[in-house]
Ligand binder design. Sequence first.
Ligand code: AMP
Ligand code: MG
Length: 357
Amino acid sequence: METDFQTKMMTIEDGLDEAVKLLRQGEVVAFPTETVYGLGANALDSKACQKIFTIKGRPADNPLIVHIASVADAQKIVLEWTDAAKACAEAFWPGPLTLVLPKSEIVPDIVSAGLNTVAVRMPAHPAALELIRTAGVPLAAPSANISGKPSPTEGKHVWQDLKGRIPLVIDAGKCSVGLESTVLDLSGKIPVILRPGGVTREQLRAVLGKVEIELGVEDGREVLGQPRSPGMKYRHYAPDGEMILLKSQDQKKAEKIAEWVSHKKSGDKIALLCMEETVAMLSVQELDQIDFLFVLGSVQRPQEAASHLFGALRKCDEEKINCILAEELPEEGIGLAFMNRLKKAAGKNKFTDPEKV
Ligand code: AMP
Ligand code: MG
């Protein structure tokens, strides 16, 4: 792999022509979407798509989402545009919903990791739509991070991870959703949420009626065997520090935080990721012990917390935090996706007792 690119960061206005040229030459370009930044290549060019896997260090059995700019483009890469797909596209596209459908022959095997289905999404970000339209090809794009890092929600995160490895990052500041898209499998009789995301379970049920949820999604468990969403078996989004989750409904959250803080050892660096209502319950002395305080937003606006989560986790690594106390959200609406990512980030550490550390 060529690793000595002089990576450029450009706005879509300045960088569109260059991005399109690169994509047509089979190169890889990072671009903003409303969920997270994507690492895009021509989805119909298997050599270009191979570069995505190499650059990210992504396992070959984790398929890519194909980004399109019109329903007509989506119809070209699937075998059948079903009634459910039509209803979802009408209700949620452009937007943070990915549909999994049986794939047509034009989709290279590398994109679908050998599966007979393809994941397709129309992003809502104007820069992404303009890029796809002008390039004139669908763009296969996973999140533009090194595998194992939190997904990038700002151009500078992409830069930190991938500078030197790719020629161009189209930068548009912060992503509005900040968590990856909902992945919905429409290839069976009943729609199944393989990954919760920006479009909620409640919204999908309102349009489709019965919608199931893949085993392991709600409790963040690793799914053994062959999961239906291959990406879900990997431990994504893991910060370097140990994470302790604080239950949202627990009235004693502030006491718990105080207890953790009181067990702080010399050299420990503690981060607190919590809602503004919780910060208000802490004493000045307790706050003083916290090395990095990240207020995610108000419990009244969980979307705000969702959009800040990945940035906060990245910052924890930058600050070399070794203990991250993170407040949970109720698992409804966008809270389901937030908790899915938080539990994955926490891995096995989620309910550790401070006495036993
Ligand atoms: P990422 O692009 O890193 O946000 O991950 C894309 C997600 O979509 C992964 O969890 C994949 O496993 C999932 N995905 C992509 N294509 C398919 C497919 N054909 N069937 C099931 N899941 C898929
Ligand atoms: Mg990813």
